[in-house]
Design a protein around this ligand. Sequence first.
Ligand code: FAD
Ligand code: SIN
Length: 395
Amino acid sequence: MKSEFDFLIIGSGIAGLTYAIKVANQLPNAKIAIVTKADEKESNTKYAQGGIAVVIDEISDSYEQHVNDTLKSGDGLCKKEIVEIVVNEGPQRFNELVEWGVNFDKQKDGEYNLGLEGGHSKNRILHHKDITGFEIEETLLKQVYKNANIHLFSEHFAIDLITEHHLDSKSENHLCYGAYIFDAATQEIIPFTSKITLLATGGIGQVYQNTTNPTIATGDGIAMAYRAKIKIESMEFIQFHPTALYHSTTNPSFLISEAVRGFGALLRDKSGELFMHHYDDRKELASRDIVSRAIDSELKKSGDECVYLDCRHLNMTQFKKHFPNILQKMQEIGIDLKKEMIPVVPAAHYLCGGISVNEFGQSSIQNLYACGECTYTGLHGANRLASNSLLEALV
Ligand code: FAD
Ligand code: SIN
């Protein structure tokens, strides 16, 4: 059996779904396939908590400040021109999400409620409570279901790209013709051919023992690209999120959003001492690499297994409004946030490198594009600024 399409999209997170919707809207006659290896909702996107970093209030914030925060977080290794494109296009892409029906939290006065996360000099995180990714994934899928020219294949696992690289490894002029897809129901491998192929296969967190990423995050797209001799960059820059719940038996680790520290939560050691002031003037709201390394250093000095996130002083009525999912999880595992601290450890969270693409998502071979966490665009440098990845995938 063979399936022929104009566009083949591999992955059904924010990167793959938004690309599909846009192609379908612009080219109503194009035949578009989305293949995804598990249930179509399963993705890193579904678990995103904090939100999307966008300059939405140009009075209190500016594009320049978002650009500078991104560059500082990336530790001198970001591509400035890419940072500027992503930050400047943010509001347009955000408004598209709103037009498609994604709900973002607003204040009583009707203005968006803007959260704060590490490394940001301003409140600019647009969010849907603490389940922003779930809201985005559900809404984008509804748009996809409405489009008659998008064919969605769940439980279809991409195995390898169809290219000429096996025939002539020296040629610079490789083309991509689609991918070999394993249908879990029929146990058949089917060549899906296409004029354009997009890899949107997400990250690699599951390569690590402790990760916030769901089990789909095994770097398949990057491996396929590597086997097809496509350029890969910056794979050494793995971001560890500072505050995954310390609960040794669960995979993935449950995330305690950085927005909780933005809301005022403090990091303490086992004896209750604050320690972040020893590492950075921004304390709990330094960028993620700094906070994760600080925790690691404290744990190595003390020999303890975790540090603690203290929410006891926070306004619990407001906390419940912003973080109902985190609060529910704490109740389920018997932690009373008014009296007890949350045990946390850093966990593998995000891949800053990946398939090398230009500002249009073009890879180093023809007709093969990539988008989202599986790529290296140059936006993140050595360390991604919080909530810049949903934004990058959209842009
Ligand atoms: P994904 O959403 O991971 O989608 C990848 C898709 O590819 C999945 O559908 C998967 O099944 C499919 N796939 C993979 N391999 C194959 C294969 N071989 N064949 C077929 N299909 C395949 N970022 C932010 O900006 N803000 C946040 O608040 C935030 N919070 C986060 C919280 C958590 C717990 C996690 C894990 C991440 C968070 N991130 C956040 C990061 C962000 O969610 C991801 O970087 C982003 O969602 C990636 O989107 P994507 O579309 O590139 O990949
Ligand atoms: C979080 O909510 O802390 C995750 C944000 C991100 O990964 O950008």
